[in-house]
Design a protein around this ligand. Sequence first.
Ligand code: DQA
Length: 144
Amino acid sequence: KPIYVLNGPNLNLLGVREPEIYGYDTLADIESRCRTRLTGTGTDLVFRQSNHEGELIDWIHEARESACALIINPAGYGHTSVALLDALKALSIPVIECHLSNPQTREPFRHHSYVSLAAKGIIAGFGPIGYELAVQAVLAMLKA
Ligand code: DQA
């Protein structure tokens, strides 16, 4: 089964949006970093982005049957969405929360994450490399 990587709202604008915070990599660049990490491992990748909470929830439901693990950058919804948390709690596969920036060093409203309550681990503050670290963590977990 593939690893699902789900990206929340506004991440389609990566590379253009606040590059001093989020860097110059586009989401397509990040996807190819993840694919490179998986080369030769026999594990596939499903990489998606949505600006719609319900669509993200539908994909999380899909992942229950279709994924071996789920990496999610919930973006702004991490700070607001009980519904996303509830969907993630219905998963029995590992969930990894991933952020480009370190929300703990930013505005107070970014300090709380609902998604963290369902996450096995959190990677934040390393920019695009964080996604690669998350993929690596999943591979290690799958092996163990
Ligand atoms: C983010 C951090 C969130 O606080 C913010 O709303 C985002 C991106 C990150 O990757 O650093 O949209 O999830």
